[in-house]
Design a protein around this ligand. Structure first.
Ligand SMILES: *[C@@H]1O[C@H](CO)[C@@H](O)[C@H](O)[C@H]1NC(C)=O
Ligand code: SF4
Length: 392
């Protein structure tokens, strides 16, 4: 009987467990106020979170009634997870492993700006990833599970302590996993990060990146407060399927979805778009590729306020040694062609950061827990035959 009641509470669509204890950071502040008995108490909880103090361990500022209300709702820890291994690269890029209650872990990466006093945090949205991009270390892990919105936002809390050079001001959803696959939780995490009663980041400082698993995934992400980023990599379907083998829709269909999503955004400022292309020598770095890419982004530039085209020279990963970074001259030639064909885009080359510590994009893989992730995937696949397609 008791077991049945628990099962009803825990099994929510998509295999997510949305009990109070897994929604703490994503719970709207008015709902938190209703739970703890007042807006003042809800505010004190969030004041502690912003100070970097776990509210349930706070001795001074949290009343015993607030604590009792949270505990009665099953909350053992208001901020989920705990930080584990830390590694710092020569350029200050800091990789933090955050482990959650079920033993699974993700990486979150702090990237201090080279000149300005600010640090960007690159958060993970899933444990592993099932998109299979050929140049990415995370792809080799497969997908263990989605993170909850709460677990995505919690990475900001844990990372704050390690932002020693300059405060965390920007967040990019470009770590492990794809925000467009885990779109609802990613959108909700962006809300928690920008809510002025919560972490209070500026909307313009949050960027949500996706390969675009479907046209509708852009729609969901467009309802979140962040800037959208599409990892397109190539403007030709055959070539793109070599790089992103899970692509199910044509590039034309995906672009149409993104055009609609951008047009649906309420303010002109929110129609800024980032397009990312990982450049691989001899694969997608020729002049022809640049011409096709420039022509392909045209309809997006028409609807967007501003388009930033980010070129990312590929990082060498163990499992794809044949993917090499184009040389400097090739990258700049590629850039010139893009600018000539589509002068309205702002083209930039992303400086590789932290690659001496494997913390650059497409290099996040949790080596120490990889075996554990694989075992868990096998268990999940065995337990849920119907969802095994999504897991494998
Ligand atoms: C992850 O979330 C997406 C979107 O909510 C859902 O379709 C998918 O089934 C989830 N995957 C897993 C492994 O739970
Ligand atoms: S590049 Fe991003 S979407 Fe592609 S496999 Fe890696 S984490 Fe997933």
């Amino acid at each position: 009987m008791v077991g049945a009641v628990f099962a009803v509470i825990l099994i929510v669509g998509g295999g997510e467990c949305l009990t109070m204890s897994t929604r703490t950071l994503s719970l709207p502040t008015d709902e938190l106020a209703a739970l703890v008995g007042g807006t003042g108490r809800a505010k004190s909880v969030w004041d502690e979170v912003r100070r970097g103090i776990e509210p349930l361990s706070s001795t001074s500022r949290i009343t015993s009634k607030t604590r009792a209300a949270l505990e009665a709702a099953g909350v053992k820890q208001f901020v989920p997870g705990h930080p584990e291994a830390v590694s710092v690269a020569r350029d200050g890029t800091t990789k933090l492993l955050v482990r959650f209650d079920d033993g699974l872990a993700v990486e979150t990466v702090l990237i201090p700006h080279l000149k300005l006093p600010r640090t960007t945090l690159c958060v993970s949205t899933q444990v592993g990833c099932d998109r299979g991009c050929g140049f990415c270390a995370t792809a080799a892990m497969g997908l263990a599970r989605n993170l909850t919105a709460c677990e995505i936002a919690a990475q900001f809390y844990w990372a704050k302590d390690y932002a020693t050079a300059a405060p965390l001001t920007n967040v990019v959803f470009m770590g492990m996993g794809d925000a467009g696959v885990n779109c609802d939780a990613s959108a909700a995490a962006a809300v928690a990060l920008t809510d002025h009663t919560k972490f209070g980041l500026a909307r313009s400082k949050v960027t949500i990146s996706t390969v675009g698993p479907s046209p509708t995934s852009f729609r969901v992400l467009a309802q979140s407060p962040g800037m959208l980023a599409w990892s397109v990599h190539a403007a030709d379907d055959d070539l793109r399927r070599q790089l992103v083998p899970t692509q199910r829709y044509s590039l034309i269909e995906l672009r149409a979805g993104l055009v609609d999503a951008l047009a649906s955004r309420p303010t002109v400022r929110m129609r800024t778009l980032m397009i990312a292309a990982t450049l691989i020598q001899g694969v997608n770095d020729r002049d022809d590729d640049a011409v096709r890419l420039a022509e392909f982004v045209g309809p997006l530039v028409d609807v967007a306020t501003k388009v930033l085209l980010d070129l990312i020279p590929v990082n060498a990963v163990d499992h794809a040694p044949h993917f090499q970074r184009p040389d400097h001259d090739r990258i700049f030639k590629f850039m010139d062609v893009l600018r000539r064909v589509e002068p309205r885009v702002h083209v930039a080359v992303r400086i590789t950061r932290g690659d001496d510590e494997c913390a650059a994009c497409g290099q996040l893989a949790v080596k120490d827990s990889q075996a554990r992730v694989v075992r868990r995937r096998q268990r999940l696949a065995a337990a849920a035959g119907s969802s095994s397609a999504a897991i494998s």
